[in-house]
Ligand binder design. Sequence first.
Ligand SMILES: Cc1cc2nc3c(=O)[nH]c(=O)nc-3n(C[C@H](O)[C@H](O)[C@H](O)COP(=O)(O)O)c2cc1C
Length: 363
Amino acid sequence: MGDKKRFTSSRKLDHLRICAENEVESGDAGFGDIRFIHNAMPECDMGKIDLSTRFLDHRFDSPLFISAMTGGHPRTKEVNARLARMAERFGIGMGVGSQRAALENPQLADTFTVVRDEAPHAFLVANLGAVQLRDHGNEWAARAVEQIEADAIAIHLNFLQEAIQPEGDHNATGCLAAIESLCADTTVPVIVKETGCGISGTTAWQCWGVGVRAIEIGGWGGTSWAAVESVRAGESRNAHDKRLKSLGTEFSDWGIPTVVSLAEVLATGGPVIASGGIRTGMDIAKCLALGADLCGMALPLLKPALESDEALAQQIEARHHELAVAMFLSGSGKIADLKKARMYIMGRTRQMIGKDNHVSTSR
Ligand SMILES: Cc1cc2nc3c(=O)[nH]c(=O)nc-3n(C[C@H](O)[C@H](O)[C@H](O)COP(=O)(O)O)c2cc1C
């Protein structure tokens, strides 16, 4: 195996280990600024709350979505298998991590194909970086889709991570054109996703304009790739990498909070997957009430996925239970009702999503 291919694969394992063993969350997604208006007369039966929903012409038993995480190193196969078994068991959607490593080295393909083996009926989302799409073209995207018989493909934007990681790609030119070409060429819907810095209304308009079918927010306030890469750089013996450690710390504060990003993107259209710092069923309820279609979680599912099927199932059931309680207390028997639930929006989030809050300097 060439050095580059080996690095792509071992980096995937580094990320998993660092996320599992270190404090890699930073910021405030904004959920604390949102309160449901309590419905003292809910007129629905909590035992009959219906969590089912639709997204991109598919039916889901619940709006919880397993956001992209892993694959691409032999030791990630079991983690992906576990996540996929849960996607199948709970009737929820799942994204796989970047398939780059397995496209560079087909010997790693089974770390991804296992997902379709374990989840024959689930809505699965393939994953590729925008930079890899630009550099390798639509053929790589087609192979990624084929590898897991995907129902959609997510193209991830992760330029904060690229800016901080020692081997990062610092040239972001040509990515929008590559996404446009993919949208015109592919048989499955294209989703654009961020990975922890959020998507602005302006970026959303660019995406819809080139034919993107859905956006995953990946907002600030959950897993921080600045923090992850800062830990990784700190583990390096190389002096330049060590300097990147403080850069990562500095930029762990960079990004659009999830709730703000969600409001901005929803103002431009949809469908939208909310993600980034979603930690409870109540967070999920808040995102749905704001207008999200699905709600993605990554880090909170990683730790139980490294442990056992049962630990992962318990985590998912606990989030579903919290969601059902929030729906009950807001008088929402089904997801469509929740979308009409009323909320107070306060504090910094209210300021940020208010009109006239963007400063632009004319030069
Ligand atoms: C260990 C780990 C690996 C990830 N790898 C990918 C990836 O390969 N591709 C991608 O689009 N997002 C990746 N993500 C980002 C997540 O999909 C998600 O956008 C982000 O972590 C925010 O969600 P969270 O706060 O619930 O973790 C990864 C996240 C984690 C925790």
